[in-house]
Design a protein around this ligand. Structure first.
Ligand code: GLN
Length: 189
């Protein structure tokens, strides 16, 4: 059976996630309004501008629906998407969805290295694999709750985390040809 995954399509690079999901055989629905969440097997919150996306989540009446979906289905946030999923982001323009027990700070890698690509070692279910990662004005994860598993780090800082079925990446897995992180997300379904 083909599953339908939602991609929050309010702002940011949702189209790239849509392409990856199509390449993995999923149906994809762009989510803009509450009814777009009905029947989804999971949701991706893309990178973009977290303050803008936070405002539009409320403007479009999506907040409660996303939180309700996350009780039953996996949600993955990449970059700004992770900021929105966090419990705390130290920016009062952002209301966190509190789907991941992490505290983040935005745009935290310093000006000189605000964008970079690096190979990452991902540790999933006892396996170690290298995946390429593109960081663009990435957040840093400053605190982790005890239920949060770190799947990859850079210099001892977590950059890919999992809590139950939910995944958060400070980088952009949708910007490389490597689809393993999306596959991992789909396995939680
Ligand atoms: N810096 C952006 C923010 O804080 C995130 C950047 C991104 O998603 N690439 O929302």
């Amino acid at each position: 059976m083909v599953i339908t995954i939602g991609v929050l399509a309010l702002q940011g690079d949702f189209a790239r996630h849509q392409d990856v999901l199509h390449s993995l055989g999923c149906d994809v629905r762009q989510v803009r309004y509450r009814h777009d969440l009905d029947g989804l097997a999971g949701l991706i919150i893309p990178g973009g501008e977290s303050t803008t996306i936070s405002k539009q989540i409320d403007r479009n009446g999506l907040r409660e629906g996303i939180i309700a979906l996350a009780r039953e289905r996996p949600v993955m946030g990449t970059c700004a998407g992770l900021i929105l999923m966090a419990r705390e982001s130290a920016d009062d323009r952002i209301t966190g969805l509190n789907l991941l027990d992490v505290a983040v700070t935005r745009n935290s890698w310093g000006r000189q290295i605000h964008s970079f690509t690096t190979p990452l070692e991902m540790r999933v279910n006892g396996q170690r694999e290298m995946v390429p990662a593109v960081f663009i004005r990435a957040p840093r994860i400053q605190q982790l709750g005890s239920g949060v598993e770190v799947l990859a780090e850079i210099e001892n800082e977590p950059v890919l985390v999992r809590q139950g079925p939910h995944l958060g990446a400070t980088f952009h897995p949708e910007l490389t040809a490597d689809t393993r992180i999306h596959k991992l997300f789909l396995e939680a379904h």
